[in-house]
Design a protein around this ligand. Structure first.
Ligand SMILES: [Zn+2]
Length: 568
C-alpha cells in the first residue's frame, strides 16, 4: 500500500484572515472556529499576534480551556527589533507569555525592505533572524519562520534571500515558510524559487501565498509540487486586500487530486461545514460560486448536462460533491428538458408514480410559466410546490382571505413605515385577523402573516427570510412592468428559495412569501395545533372570531423591528 505523503496544514484564519477589511471576530467566534478546525484535522492553528492587541492575547488564555484533539495552537509575532537583545524584546516576550508550544515569527528576506523599511545594514538583519530563532528555540518546542516577501526578494537579490533562510536554518528553525506576501508572483516563479530554496537549506519548507493575482491556490500547489511540506492559508481565502490562499481549495486539490494527506479522509467531508461556519461568524454571505463548497459548485442547468449526470455523474462533475460535504443541484430553466423534470420529481420523491403524460404536463406548465417571466433557478421550493399542486398532492394549510398594506410617512426627515393587515382562514375554519408594522410593506406583511399562523404552526418561529431580490422584467412598459421577486428563507437547518411574479411588487412578494411558508409546512409535514375550545367557539361564531384584534377595534401591533415603530 502506498502511504500518502503528509502535508502539514497551517491555518491563519484567526490572524491573517482577520486582516480582511470587513472581518472582525470576537474571542468566542475565534474559539468556535478553532474547535471546528481541530475537528477538520488542521495541524496548526495560528491564534493571533499576542503582541498586537489585547483580544489576541486573551484568545491564548481562553483556548487553554478548550480540549483540542489534534491541532497545535501557534502564537505569531515578528523578529526582535534592531539594537535590542532577543531576551529583552517585548514582542518576543509576549509570544512566550502566550504559553503555546509553537510560535511563528515573520522576518525580512528582501533586501529592499531591510534597506528602505527597517533602514538597517543587510548584515544586521541576518543577525536579527539568527538571534530571534535561537532565543525562541531555547524556550519553545517548535518554531516556524515566515520568510516575508521571499519570492520578490529572491527575484531581485537571490543571494541575500538565500542568506536569510540559511541564517534561520543555522539557528535551528523547524520550518521555513516562504511567503508571497504581495501576491504578485505566478506559479512558474514559485516553482523555480521553491526548488532553489530546497537546494540551499535542509529545513522543511512551507508556502504562504496571497491572492492578489488570483493564483494563490495554484501557487500553493506549485510550492508543494516543488518541495513544500507545509501549506499556510485561511478558510475561504479571507485576508487583507484580495485575501490569502484558500485552504478549503488547497486541501481538496492536494488530497483529492494529487493524493497528498492533508486531513484525515474521514474529515474532509466537513470542509463545507467549516467554510459555512467561518462565513457565518465573519458575517459574510457565502460565495455561491466558491470552488468545491459553494452552493453553485455542483449546480447543473442545461438539459444535456442533466441527462449526462443521470447516466454517469463523471460526465459533468470533477469530484463527487458529497466528498467535501456539498450537494448536487439540478436547476430548472427554459433549457430544461424532460431529464431535469424527471431528476426533480425523483429528488422530491414523486418520480416512480408519474406517467409520461404527467411529466409532459409538468414540462408544459413549466414552459408556460417561464414564458410569463417566472424563473425557478434559485426557487426550487416554488417548483416543488407547483408540481405538488399540478399533481393534486398539495395539502391546504390555511387559506387566504385578504390583506391590506398602508405606507405612512409623517415627517420629511423621517423614514416611512408600513402597516399590514392580513386575514386568513385557519385549518380549523376560523378566521384570523392580524396586523403588524414593518420597515417596509413586505416586512410588515411577513410579520402579520406569521403572527396569524404561529398559533397553528409554532415551528414557523424558527423560520426567517435571509434574502429578498426584486428584478424588473424589461418589457418596455415602464412603471407597468412586471416584477419578479425571489425570496430565500431558512429555518436554521435548511435554506430554500421561492418566486413570485406580478406587475405589483407587493403581490409578487406575497406569492413568494406564501410559497416560502407553504414549503416549510409541507416539507416538515407539520400538523396544525388546534385548540378544542377555540374550534367549538369558532364554529358557533361561524368563522368570525379574530385573533390579535381587540374589541375596541384597535388591533395588536406586532413589530419585528423596534426601529420601525412610528414616532408620532
Ligand atoms: Zn500573509
Amino acid at each position: 500500500m502506498v502511504v500518502a505523503k503528509k502535508i502539514q496544514v497551517y491555518d491563519t484564519t484567526l490572524r491573517d484572515g482577520c486582516q480582511s477589511e470587513d472581518v472582525s471576530l470576537a474571542i468566542t467566534d475565534k474559539l468556535r472556529i478553532a474547535e471546528r478546525l481541530d475537528d477538520l484535522g488542521i495541524d496548526y492553528i495560528e491564534g493571533g499576534w499576542p503582541g498586537s492587541n489585547p483580544r489576541d492575547a486573551a484568545f491564548f488564555t481562553e483556548i487553554k480551556r478548550v480540549r483540542l484533539r489534534h491541532a497545535r495552537i501557534v502564537a505569531f509575532g515578528s523578529t526582535r527589533r534592531h539594537g535590542v537583545k532577543a531576551a529583552a524584546d517585548r514582542n518576543l516576550q509576549l509570544i512566550l507569555r502566550a504559553e503555546t508550544s509553537a510560535a511563528c515569527v515573520v522576518g525580512k528576506t528582501w533586501d529592499l525592505h531591510v534597506r528602505d523599511a527597517l533602514r538597517i545594514p543587510l548584515k544586521a538583519n541576518l543577525e536579527i533572524l539568527h538571534d530571534t530563532i535561537l532565543y525562541l528555540k531555547k524556550n519553545l518546542d517548535e518554531v516556524i519562520f515566515d520568510a516575508e516577501h521571499f519570492f520578490d526578494g529572491y527575484a531581485l537579490n537571490p543571494e541575500y534571500a538565500i542568506a536569510c533562510i540559511q541564517a534561520v536554518a543555522a539557528a535551528g528553525v523547524d520550518v521555513i515558510c516562504l511567503c508571497d506576501t504581495n501576491g504578485g508572483r505566478l506559479p512558474d516563479a514559485i516553482a523555480a524559487t521553491m526548488r532553489a530554496a530546497r537546494a540551499a537549506v535542509q529545513v522543511p519548507l512551507g508556502i504562504h501565498c496571497h491572492n492578489d493575482s488570483e493564483v494563490a491556490v495554484a501557487n500553493t500547489i506549485a510550492g508543494v509540487l516543488n518541495g513544500a511540506t507545509q501549506v499556510q492559508g485561511t478558510i475561504n481565502g479571507l485576508g487583507e486586500r484580495c485575501g490569502n490562499a484558500n485552504l478549503v481549495s488547497i486541501i481538496a486539490n492536494l488530497q483529492l487530486k494529487l493524493g497528498y494527506a492533508c486531513v484525515p479522509d474521514s474529515r474532509i467531508k466537513t470542509l463545507q461545514e467549516t467554510s459555512r461556519l467561518v462565513y457565518e461568524l465573519a458575517n459574510i454571505t457565502p460565495h455561491a460560486r466558491q470552488a468545491f463548497v459553494g452552493r453553485s459548485a455542483f449546480a447543473h442547468k442545461a438539459g444535456l448536462h442533466v441527462s449526462g449526470i443521470q447516466r454517469n455523474v463523471h460526465t459533468y462533475e470533477h469530484i463527487d460533491p458529497a466528498v467535501v460535504g456539498n450537494d448536487r443541484r439540478v436547476l430548472l430553466s427554459e433549457l430544461s428538458g424532460r431529464a431535469n423534470i424527471l431528476y426533480k420529481t425523483r429528488e422530491f420523491g414523486l418520480g416512480a408514480d408519474l406517467s409520461p403524460d404527467q411529466i409532459d404536463t409538468l414540462l408544459e406548465e413549466l414552459k408556460r410559466l417561464e414564458g410569463l417571466g417566472y424563473t425557478f433557478d434559485g426557487a426550487d421550493a416554488s417548483f416543488e410546490l407547483l408540481m405538488l399542486r399540478k399533481l393534486g398532492l398539495a395539502r391546504d394549510h390555511f387559506s387566504f382571505v385578504s390583506f391590506r398594506v398602508f405606507d405612512d410617512k409623517w415627517h420629511e426627515d423621517q423614514a416611512p413605515f408600513s402597516e399590514a393587515v392580513v386575514i386568513i382562514e385557519g385549518p380549523d375554519g376560523r378566521r384570523t385577523r392580524t396586523s403588524a408594522i414593518g420597515n417596509g410593506p413586505v416586512n410588515a406583511l411577513d410579520s402579520a402573516l406569521r403572527s396569524a399562523l404561529l398559533p397553528y404552526y409554532p415551528a414557523l418561529e424558527r423560520m426567517q427570510l435571509v434574502d429578498y431580490k426584486v428584478r424588473v422584467l424589461d418589457d418596455g412598459s415602464g412603471t407597468d412592468a412586471r416584477v419578479r421577486v425571489l425570496i430565500e428563507s431558512t429555518d436554521g437547518s435548511r435554506q430554500w428559495g421561492t418566486v413570485g411574479l406580478s406587475s405589483n411588487v407587493i403581490e409578487a412578494s406575497w406569492q413568494a412569501l406564501i410559497d416560502s411558508i407553504e414549503f416549510k409546512l409541507h416539507k416538515d409535514n407539520l400538523k396544525p395545533r388546534i385548540a378544542r375550545k377555540a374550534a367549538t367557539r369558532s364554529a358557533k361564531l361561524n368563522g368570525a372570531a379574530t385573533n390579535g384584534a381587540r374589541a375596541d377595534g384597535k388591533h395588536r401591533r406586532v413589530s419585528h423591528r423596534a426601529d420601525a415603530a412610528p414616532k408620532p
